[in-house]
Design a protein around this ligand. Structure first.
Ligand SMILES: Nc1nc2c(ncn2[C@@H]2O[C@H](COP(=O)(O)OP(=O)(O)OP(=O)(O)O)[C@@H](O)[C@H]2O)c(=O)[nH]1
Ligand SMILES: [Mg+2]
Length: 274
């Protein structure tokens, strides 16, 4: 196993509960199959924490969550809202009561009939998820203090960080998980796991984003760029934005690369809300 996954396994092993942080704007794309598989093998309970829910409408959320709710415990939060922290604490305590400490979970794996459950003492919560989904932001919000580094750039956290949130809850921050499947740049760009300027093909990601807005909320897109998109294809929409921003090259040509990078940056930084 690669060293990276060994680190993730270590975090899971040390945790009583694991949180998988997802991006509310692209729930399915921000799930990591490998992480979920490792958590399942460990027997630890998993809570899906849908973060950045301040960036989406209720309608959009409803269209996305059904499948996830069938897979386990789901909560919706925003690292920017105090109310979300109460929701998160309540969910952690409820799940802890139900499953108990990690030692008990491991004993249970060896003996599935074991009824004994010890849910006392400190709760250790492992926080996993792709780069930039807001793991460190949530940890700081839970601890009511800036204890770990947060930034707009993907790949901010390195190594493992232990953070005491309350007298009885300890959190483990981790670097964003990297998928084992082949390097899918569109997925990385869409979920913000790779910054716009590091993408080789921002055009492909920007087109995927425009299509996402065309399907769900084109008005939000039009309002941000102050353009009309009716009867226009993605290429024409990009050109329209380039003209508005005056991103032009020599001889009537527009700067497609720069315009696409702008769209992706606005999405990744939460200026484009769906
Ligand atoms: N609008 C909004 N932005 C958020 C939320 N949570 C985090 N962010 C922003 O998302 C960016 C990434 O946040 P981090 O907490 O550094 O993300 P991370 O998952 O720890 O990222 P890595 O350490 O790179 O894996 C920052 O610009 C945060 O301000 C949220 O709930 N809503
Ligand atoms: Mg981080």
């Amino acid at each position: 196993m690669e060293p990276y996954w060994e680190l993730i396994e270590r975090i899971i092993k040390e945790s009583d509960i694991v949180l998988e942080i997802l991006d509310a704007r692209l729930i399915d794309l921000s799930r990591n199959e490998k992480v979920e598989e490792l958590v399942k093998e460990s027997g630890r309970p998993l809570i899906f924490v849908i973060n950045k829910s301040d960036l989406i409408s209720k309608e959009f959320l409803k269209s996305q969550i059904q499948k996830l709710e069938e897979s386990g415990e789901v909560i919706y939060v925003s690292a920017k809202k105090a109310k979300s922290m109460r929701i998160l604490f309540t969910a952690i305590k409820k799940i802890f009561k139900k499953h108990g400490k990690r030692e008990v979970i491991e004993r249970k794996i060896g003996d599935p009939k074991l009824k004994y459950r010890e849910a006392k003492g400190e709760i250790v919560v492992g926080v996993l998820g792709y780069p930039n989904v807001g793991k460190s932001s949530l940890i700081n919000a839970l601890a009511h203090k800036k204890k770990v580094k947060v930034s707009k750039k993907a790949g901010t956290t390195h190594g493992i960080h232990w953070v005491k949130a309350t007298d009885d809850i300890k959190l483990i921050d981790s670097p964003g998980v990297i998928p084992l499947t082949k390097d899918d740049e569109t997925r990385y760009g869409l979920i913000g796991a790779r910054d716009s300027e590091r993408l080789k093909n921002p055009e492909v990601v920007a087109i995927a984003l425009i299509k996402l807005f065309q399907k769900n909320n084109i008005k939000a897109f039009e309002d941000l760029y102050k353009i009309e998109t009716k009867d226009k294809n993605t290429e024409e929409i990009i050109e329209e934005i380039a003209k508005k921003k005056n991103y032009m090259l020599k001889g009537e040509r527009f700067d497609e690369h720069k315009t696409c990078s702008l769209i992706i940056r606005d999405w990744q930084h939460g200026k484009l809300k769906i």
